[in-house]
Design a binder for this molecule. Structure first.
Ligand SMILES: [Zn+2]
Length: 440
C-alpha cells in the first residue's frame, strides 16, 4: 500500500510537493515555492525575508512535511526534483543536508547558474544525478525517470513502484516542443494501467486550443526577421533554451547573427555539455560561425564583482561590440531584457536610430503588466521599435493531456499544478480523485 499525499499543488499552479510513503520509506517529489498565496494573490518571497526555515514552516509557507527540514530529525529517504523551475525546487535550501536530492545533471547545472547570476541558493551538496531511463532504488521504492519536453532543459516525469503498485508523476510537460519523440519513448516504456497518475493541468481554464509548436513559432519568427529592415531584438527567458533554439534557426534562415548576452550564452554552453544538449548552439562552438555574444554593462560588472570574469573571457573572440552592431543592424538578432535600457540607448546613439527594428516578446502575456517589463517595453516603443508577441506555452495542451490519460490508463487520476482540478472529471475518461490524500 502506497500512501500518497499532495502536500501542495492540488488546487494551485506552483509550489508542487508530493509525498509518497510505503512502510518506513518516504520520498518527496519536488519542493517548490508557491506562485500564489492561499487567497489567490501573487506570492512574494520578499515579504518573508529574514525569517528562518522553522518560522516559514510555522507560517505554513513551507510544505508541512515532518522529517524533511534542516532543523528536524531527518526521516525522509530522498527528494526528487523534476526540473529547474522555482515552483518545483525553490525550497530545496531548507531540506536537511543529510537527505539525498536526486535530479538530472542539466537541472543541477541550471540551479548552479541561477545561484551565480541571480544570487539564489546554490544546489545542495548531496545531489545525485540520475540517468534515464535507468531505474534506481530508494528504500522500498523503485524510481524510473522519463525525459519529457518542457520549457526547462532536462525535465523529467517519474514512474515510482513499490511492491507491484505504480504511481506516475508527470511533472511539467508538453508535446509541442523539439523533443516530441521523448513522449513517444515514454509511452513505449511505461506499461499502461498505472495505479495512480498525478498529472499537471496548467492549461485547464486557460485555453482549449492546441498549442503552437516550437517549430511553427521558429518559422513565424524567421518571417518577422526577413521583413524587419533593421535589428531584431529577442526578449525571452534566458533559461528557456528550446525557445533560444527556435530563434537560432530563424537567425540562420534570415542570415542574421545570433547574439545572446553573456548570461544566455553561458547557459547554452554549459547545457551543451550535459546529456541531451549536444546540438545546442553557443559562441565558439565549431561550425556555429553565426553565433556571437554581447556584454551588457550590468552583467559584466556583476561578474567582475563576483570574481567570475573567466566566464566573460571565454567568449572574447566571439564578442560583438555595439559599434559593430550599429554598422549593420540588418544582420543583428540581439537578446535583451529589462535592465539593458542603457545599452540600447547607446546602440541607438551609435546607429542614429533603431526605428525600423522589431522586438519579439516571447514570454507569457501576463508579465507585460509587471512594472519592470512595462517600463522596458515603453522604452523600446519610445525608440520606434515595433513590438511583436510570439509565444507558446511550456505546458501540455488539452489534447496532449488526454493522450497521456488514454495511453497510461490510470486507475486513479490526481490533479496537480492546476487552478481547475474540477475540470478533470469532464475532460478525462477515468476516475478522478481531488482529495489531497489517498492510499493505493
Ligand atoms: Zn515548470
Amino acid at each position: 500500500m502506497i500512501k500518497l499525499l499532495i502536500q501542495r499543488g492540488s488546487h494551485e499552479i506552483g509550489g508542487s510537493c508530493v509525498e509518497l510513503a510505503f512502510n518506513d520509506s518516504r520520498i518527496i517529489l519536488d519542493v517548490g515555492m508557491p506562485l500564489v498565496n492561499p487567497d489567490g494573490s501573487q506570492f512574494n518571497m520578499r515579504e518573508y525575508e529574514g525569517l528562518s526555515g522553522e518560522e516559514l514552516f510555522d507560517k505554513q509557507v513551507l510544505p508541512q512535511v515532518n522529517g524533511l527540514y534542516a532543523w528536524q530529525k531527518p526521516s525522509v529517504n530522498a527528494v526528487l526534483i523534476s526540473h529547474a523551475h522555482m515552483d518545483h525546487h525553490g525550497f530545496l535550501k531548507h531540506v536537511h543536508p543529510d537527505i539525498p536530492v536526486y535530479m538530472s545533471e542539466g537541472t543541477h547545472k541550471l540551479l548552479e547558474i541561477s545561484a551565480l547570476f541571480s544570487g539564489g541558493a546554490a544546489p545542495p551538496d548531496k545531489c545525485k544525478y540520475f540517468t534515464w531511463p535507468s531505474s534506481f532504488e530508494i528504500g522500498a521504492f523503485i524510481i524510473t525517470p522519463h525525459l519529457v519536453d518542457h520549457s526547462s532543459f532536462s525535465s523529467f516525469a517519474f514512474e515510482i513502484e513499490a511492491e507491484g503498485k505504480r504511481v506516475f508523476y508527470s511533472g511539467d510537460f508538453r508535446t509541442h516542443g523539439y523533443i516530441g519523440n521523448a513522449i513517444k519513448a515514454l509511452y513505449e516504456n511505461v506499461q499502461p494501467e498505472v495505479d495512480a497518475l498525478i498529472m499537471e493541468g496548467t492549461m485547464l481554464g486557460r485555453s482549449d486550443e492546441s498549442a503552437q509548436t516550437e517549430k511553427d513559432l521558429s518559422e513565424e519568427s524567421a518571417e518577422i526577421c526577413k521583413q524587419t529592415e533593421k535589428a531584431v531584438f529577442i526578449y525571452q527567458a534566458g533559461q528557456n533554451i528550446s525557445r533560444a533554439v527556435s530563434f537560432f534557426k530563424a537567425a540562420l534562415q534570415s542570415h542574421r547573427l545570433f547574439i545572446p548576452d553573456v548570461y544566455t550564452a553561458y547557459v547554452l554552453d554549459v547545457l551543451c555539455h550535459c546529456p541531451g544538449g549536444d546540438k545546442l548552439p553557443y559562441p565558439g562552438k565549431p561550425g556555429f560561425d553565426n553565433v556571437r555574444v554581447w556584454y551588457p554593462n550590468r552583467i559584466t560588472r556583476m561578474l567582475d564583482r563576483k570574481g567570475q570574469m573567466d566566464i566573460a573571457h571565454r567568449y572574447t573572440s566571439q564578442k560583438m561590440t555595439k559599434e559593430e552592431m550599429a554598422a549593420d543592424l540588418s544582420k543583428v538578432m540581439l537578446f535583451v531584457r529589462p535592465g539593458m535600457e542603457r545599452d540600447l540607448k547607446k546602440l541607438e546613439e551609435l546607429s542614429g536610430s533603431l526605428s525600423g527594428s522589431t522586438l519579439i516578446y516571447s514570454l507569457w502575456e501576463g508579465y507585460k503588466s509587471q512594472d519592470n517589463t512595462k517600463r522596458f517595453l515603453d522604452t523600446i516603443e519610445s525608440m520606434g521599435i515595433k513590438v511583436e508577441t510570439l509565444h507558446s506555452s511550456g505546458h501540455a495542451d488539452i489534447p496532449s493531456l488526454q493522450q497521456m490519460v488514454n495511453t497510461l490508463k490510470p486507475r486513479k487520476l490526481i490533479p496537480i499544478h492546476t487552478f481547475n482540478p474540477e475540470e478533470y472529471d469532464r475532460l478525462f475518461n477515468c476516475p478522478v480523485i481531488t482529495e489531497s490524500q489517498l492510499v493505493i
